[in-house]
Ligand binder design. Structure first.
Ligand SMILES: [Mg+2]
Length: 266
């Protein structure tokens, strides 16, 4: 079943790019979503530019690519856009010394940065790394004027059969305590989507984002001027489609989303 929304809109053009979220769209924990592999293949074989955009921050870029390939997804390295890469770029462009409150699995991605006497704070999904001690350190640095960089505003994600708290609430906690506003580097930030679109050489009006997060994926894409499909897989909860305003498509899974985008592109 699909909703009838999302077919026309002001200034929309025939799709030239398809942006796919990873977790909850292509896989759920360690399980590939039924038909997702073939759907990605169909999109890759079409005239569409395919990009993969993720806020996932518990894996390095290399291990994320390895996981996708182990699951048999046809993904080129240049098609993968991660919020962790965007954070590295942001910090290095500003020559900052970040305190990285990140998962230990991705600490190596920040090994090139001078992290002594930090003058910036970066918070990603640190999971067990979130303790009073680490959050308080982030708070103290922000109180001293360090800019706060956050991976995303995701509330939770789904891994296998569990919902798990994401980084959003921890970033909000430090914002609240230090009375500062974080710069959000991944979805739903418009600049993050724009990087992926620029690499595909298409305007937002020619792109469709497919995701399971109604705020990060769908609302973010709409705010960036794209079309969006919300899938009923991954973290999707009944009624999520009513949590945001705007015109988007509700589909069962990435299989139906790809079918719809290909039909629009013809
Ligand atoms: Mg997702």
């Amino acid at each position: 079943m699909e909703s009838g929304r999302g077919e026309t809109g002001p200034g929309w053009q025939r799709p030239g790019a398809l942006l796919l979220d990873l977790s909850g769209v292509l896989y759920d924990g360690s399980t590939v979503i039924a038909g997702a592999r073939e759907a990605v293949e169909r999109a890759q074989d079409s005239a569409l530019q395919v990009r993969f955009v993720t806020n996932t921050s518990q894996k390095t870029r290399a291990s994320l690519l390895a996981q996708l390939r182990a699951m048999d997804f046809a993904v080129q390295e240049s098609q993968l856009f991660t919020a962790v890469d965007a954070a590295r770029q942001w910090l290095s462009q500003r020559d900052l010394r970040p305190y990285c409150l990140v998962h230990r699995a991705i600490a190596s991605e920040f090994a090139d940065f001078d992290q002594h006497d930090p003058n910036a704070v970066f918070i990603a999904d640190a999971a067990e790394g979130f303790t009073y001690h680490t959050l308080n350190r982030a708070f103290q640095l922000c109180m001293r004027g360090a800019p706060l960089l956050g991976i995303g505003t995701n509330r939770y994600f789904k891994a296998d059969d569990q919902l798990l708290m994401d980084a959003g609430a921890f970033i909000r906690a430090v914002e609240f305590a230090a009375d500062v506003e974080a710069t959000i580097i991944g979805k739903p930030d418009r600049a993050f989507f724009q990087q992926a679109l620029a690499s595909a050489g298409v305007a937002p009006q020619q792109a469709v984002m497919v995701g399971d997060d109604v705020h990060g994926d769908v609302e973010g894409a709409l705010n960036a001027g794209m079309r969006a499909c919300l899938v009923r897989s991954g973290k999707y909860r009944k009624g999520d489609e009513n949590r945001v305003e705007g015109d988007f498509r509700l589909v069962d899974s990435v299989v139906e989303a790809v079918q719809w985008v290909l039909a629009q592109a013809d």
